[in-house]
Design a protein around this ligand. Structure first.
Ligand code: PEP
Ligand code: MG
Length: 587
């Protein structure tokens, strides 16, 4: 027993906020009921029986998943329920199942072992990809594997829990989330997983607080422990003290009252009290996020990360496939518009044909890849252009570091247009083209860059990383990843001023755009557009509606004169508390 358990001491575990909400209750530590798979020899005479067990298990797994699919469809809508169709397709994969049966007969080994071994190969391949989304899909594959094995063993499907619980687990498959939702679930806390995990998406749809990426929660917490989960701050508290609980409950109450009031502002335009309009749009990676973004009151999509389409693929999609995908998105947001960012492959993201690089973040990434691969780039540009005939699409280039790259990319856009003209296909001839400003050299050259494009969008996720020389994903140096460092503020100001000098609008689509602490500052610096994750959108809108541009400017000037990240944070937090007293902040 560790000391935490013995003393009942309060322990705070920090993860990633995946679905908003706060709750408190007993933990239920859920471990996948799949013990070690034993390798056993079978005789030739047993092969038929073994294959029979496998087929029965598959049929039962399919029945279970079909039921879960129907339940999910009714509870979450058909978009979210699609995940289960993908799992059913794995079960129906004749080649995979044929290989498994053949191996049982040839190798004379038990079905469980061959299933685990064969499906694990797929899983390993997915886990080896340098991409969090692929890791999530690997967990879906693992879920199907575990389901078949459980059914080969004729074990019952877990589905009932006594009373209300917060589920703590290493990882949560989408099916688990749906099955658990039949019980009284107060929250989900997982060691693994990112906010793009389907389980996280489902938790948000089910309005259940969730925190993911907690690393060791399932080992630290025991079933029956009292825990609090804070899906806003992304943490869980084991054995919370009375004081912590009261703070959390007050926070819950403030958020609840705040959210109730926010419902009314979804239809309002984001505008300061002295009528400075801020285009407030959403960042998304998948088409099925559009509905939620629009519900949250988004004025369109300010960043569509098209590279997400490459997930799970070993080749790039064709022009036709891309056209259909982009057209569906453009139609779904119409009459609002969507900014498609050209594939930002490389760095920590997926690239179907990536080479190993010693420093991937400083390597072959974004526009560098696209310019080196004209056929691939043209396919994407033609796909986007063909989808643009309703004139609600803009194109944006990632990872730009020089003016030449922009010229090269614009030349490719012109080539793509000529190709479409030759084929007699319509597109928006006045389509707007912009760039991400996320590399320091581009930030410094922002005025020259602005002269070549229609808009700039500041990508603070990378800009901070490159400016501060801090790996955005390295926990060891997280303290130096400072959005409010004066160097970042001055750079942001420089970019906005440079854009305005050249008459182009300047937006921000990095995570900083969705930080409520940054809103007054950014409005004061003159930002024209903020593209944020959908969940925070109403809160940011509320702040914009509560302030005056002229006050914000004074506040930004004062912040710019300060010298440290901490000083600026303290100042901005006192301002937000004062200007928007009902905004729920951590105490
Ligand atoms: C950014 O760098 O701020 C950004 C929005 O792009 P990504 O997070 O996709 O690199
Ligand atoms: Mg970036």
């Amino acid at each position: 027993m560790d000391t935490t358990q013995a003393t009942g001491q309060e322990v705070v575990l920090k993860g990633i906020a995946a679905a908003p909400g706060i709750s408190y209750g007993h933990a239920y530590v859920y471990s996948k009921q799949i013990p070690e798979v034993q390798e056993k020899s079978i005789s030739a005479g047993e092969v038929e029986g073994e294959i029979g067990r496998l087929r029965n298990a598959n049929a039962r797994s399919e029945k279970e998943l079909t039921k879960i699919h129907a339940f999910a469809e009714q509870k979450l809508g058909s978009q979210n329920a699609r995940i289960f169709e993908a799992q059913i397709m794995i079960l129906a994969d004749a080649i995979l199942m044929g290989t498994i049966e053949k191996r049982i007969a040839q190798e004379l080994r038990n079905a469980e072992f061959i299933v685990a071994n064969e499906i694990s190969k797929y899983r390993q391949m997915m886990l080896a990809a340098p991409d969090e989304y692929m890791h999530e899909r690997a967990r879906d594959v693992e879920d199907v594997m575990n389901r078949i094995i459980r059914n080969i063993r004729d074990q019952k499907l877990f589905s009932r829990l006594e009373g209300e619980s917060i589920i703590v687990t290493e990882s949560l498959a989408p099916a688990d989330t749906v099955i658990f939702s039949r019980n009284q679930i107060l929250g989900y806390a997982t060691d693994l997983g990112g906010i793009t995990s389907h389980a996280a998406i489902l938790a948000r749809s089910l309005k259940t607080p969730a925190v993911v990426g907690l690393r060791s929660a399932s080992k630290t917490v025991r079933t029956g422990d009292m825990i609090a989960i804070d899906g806003y701050a992304g943490l869980i508290v084991l054995n919370p003290t009375e004081e912590t609980l009261q703070t959390l409950m007050r926070k819950r109450q403030r958020f609840k009252e705040f959210e109730d009031r926010l419902v009314d502002i979804a239809g309002l335009t984001a505008e300061t009290q002295d009528h400075k309009h801020i285009e407030l749009s959403a960042n998304i990676a998948f088409a099925d996020e559009i509905e939620f973004a629009l519900q949250q009151g988004s004025a369109g999509i300010g960043l569509f990360r098209t590279e997400s389409e490459l997930i799970g693929k070993s080749t790039y999609p064709t022009e036709e496939e891309q056209y259909r995908a982009y057209k569906a998105v453009a139609d779904a947001v119409y009459p609002n518009s969507v900014i498609f960012r050209a594939f930002d492959v490389g760095g920590d993201k997926i690239a179907p044909d990536a080479e190993h690089e010693a420093n991937p973040f400083l390597g072959w990434r974004g526009i560098r890849v696209l310019l080196d691969r004209p056929a691939l780039f043209l396919d994407q540009l033609r796909g986007i252009l063909r989808a643009s005939s309703r004139k609600n699409i803009r194109i944006m280039f990632p990872m730009v570091s020089t003016v030449q790259e922009i010229r090269g990319a614009r030349e490719m856009v012109e080539r793509a247009k000529r190709d479409l003209e030759a084929r007699g296909l319509p597109y928006d001839p006045g389509i707007k083209v912009g760039v991400m400003i996320e590399v320091p050299s581009a930030a410094i050259m922002a005025d020259q860059i602005a002269a070549e494009v229609d808009f700039l969008s500041i990508g603070t996720n990378d800009l901070i990383q490159y400016l501060m020389a801090v790996d955005r994903d390295n926990n060891a140096v997280q303290a130096l990843y400072q959005p409010f460092n004066p160097a970042v503020l001055r750079t942001v100001k420089h970019i906005i001023d440079a854009g305005h000098k050249r008459g182009v609008w300047v937006g921000m689509c990095g995570e900083m755009a969705g930080d409520p602490l940054a809103t007054v500052l950014l409005v004061g610096l003159g930002i024209d557009e903020l593209s944020v994750i959908p969940v925070v959108l109403p809160e940011i809108k509320k702040i914009i509606l509560s302030i005056r541009q002229k006050d914000a400017k004074r506040i930004a000037d004062k912040a710019l004169a300060m010298t440290t990240d901490g000083e600026i944070r303290d100042y901005l937090s006192s301002i937000v508390k004062n200007k928007v007293p009902d905004i729920p902040f951590d105490e």
